[in-house]
Write a protein that binds this ligand. Sequence first.
Ligand code: ADP
Length: 527
Amino acid sequence: MTLSRVALFVVAFVALDAISYVHGFHGLPISPWNPNSGLAVAMLLRHGVVFAPVVAAAAIIADQLVRDMPLLVSIPTEIMAAAIYGGAIHLLRTKLKVAAPLDKPRPLTVFYLSMGVAALVTTMSRIALASHLPHFETDWVAAMFLRQWVGDLIGICLFAPLFLRLNRDTVRDFGRGWPMERDGQFAVTLLMAMVVFGLEATDEFQFFYLLFLPVIWLALRGGPTATLAAMALIQVVMMAATYLRDMDDGRVTALQFLMLTLVLTGSLMAATAQARRRAELAIRTRMDELARMSRIHTSNEIATGMAHELKQPMLAIVNYVGAARRLLEREPPQVGEALRLMHNTDTQVMRADSIIRRMRDFTRKSEFQVETVDLGRTLRDAVEMTEPLARRHNVDVTLVNGDNVPTIRADGVQVLQVAVNLLTNAIHAIAEAKSRKRAIRVETARHDADTVRLTVADSGPGLDPDLALHIFEPFVTTRDQGMGVGLAISRAIAEHHGGALWHDDPQPGHGAVFHVRLPIEARHEHI
Ligand code: ADP
């Protein structure tokens, strides 16, 4: 912590105190809103209890400059206040493990609760010390108590989290990703604040609830920083209005209580909504990672077949090149025929390349990516990829593309993964049961107006009715080489697209039938 930062803090603290000291109380530092307390608590949270002496010094300077308070009262009062808040923050940091930037619901709640108690103790101590003043009157106690307590709490609950967010990164991110919606949110906030506080005709207590609308909108969709900024805007408009309209102190304090409710609702809601968004993102990332692992597992299984598949084009290439060379060595060289053979070589190289590329795309780490997917084509790819496995087990695969099946918006690799999983499962089922009829039918169809369907039906032994209840759970497998995640992942993929994966009722001896339904336009909330 540099000296210039300390100086900056003192200047900011005094300035905030001066701006907010609009409704002074008999020359005491007791006002119904104290953003300076919020700044002090934010600094204590960031730098620890060592910052407490700076806070006390800044408060004593402010007492002198802003309200000319007797030093004899100011010094003990401010040292005591800094010690109470410093001690509370120390406990929070060390025992309760609450640290800046207070962006999760639990630490934020613990912070609010402990600040409620700390503000209460500070308020009582301030009153106890003020009672030694010669002009002190006992009637003041109740009013002083309410003003100071709610004033400090508002300052801390609203401004401490806001100041903690004011670093270079958050300010830059906040400014950079400014969506149009936020213009609307702030415009509505300002409008409501002006309606509620600005007009003599609207009774501010009755209309206060209107302010919850933009705050909740911001909390759910705008994130904590925007919510806190909007609530600070409301607070400033409110204080300006009460000052300009010369509202009496009782009313201001009562309004601040309403404001406190708004602040607690807004910031806890924003923190909860953000925590939920983060959790969803984490699940998404895990699921993408698991999906990839499962793809690698599947491709290990089909890779042997793939290597075999590559042998064909390679051999063909060697043959074509040898024949072409012999044609060119003839006298006269047979250029036309040699060229034709070279052209054939091209085709084979392309075939080998597409086999390798498909395998690479399938296992490559990729973010969830929505693209236009032709289901028929994806299925053809899946059939080609599993063809060596099918051939090894003597299984016939028929692909039937239904009429009017439109292209869909989806993650192509993941849809391919679902198809490959269902196909390999079907091949394994037929292979393991040594079924006599060895056929798989893969079909695409239009399911309804908004969705398409893909069906894989096999002639294997069918699903075991008991096992069928659990096959979509992870790690459920009956195969020695199985991982048991294929169906779980495939269902998760379908559901993330806003679709579904299910099977027909098990009919042992009649093969298994799996269906996947996918929306034509992947719905946004699912991605
Ligand atoms: P894995 O294939 O690694 O076992 P899955 O989640 O893909 O994992 O499948 C789980 C289990 O469901 C399989 O082990 C098998 O017992 C059963 N199963 C899946 N597809 C079929 C099918 N087409 N016919 C019969 N049983 C199947």
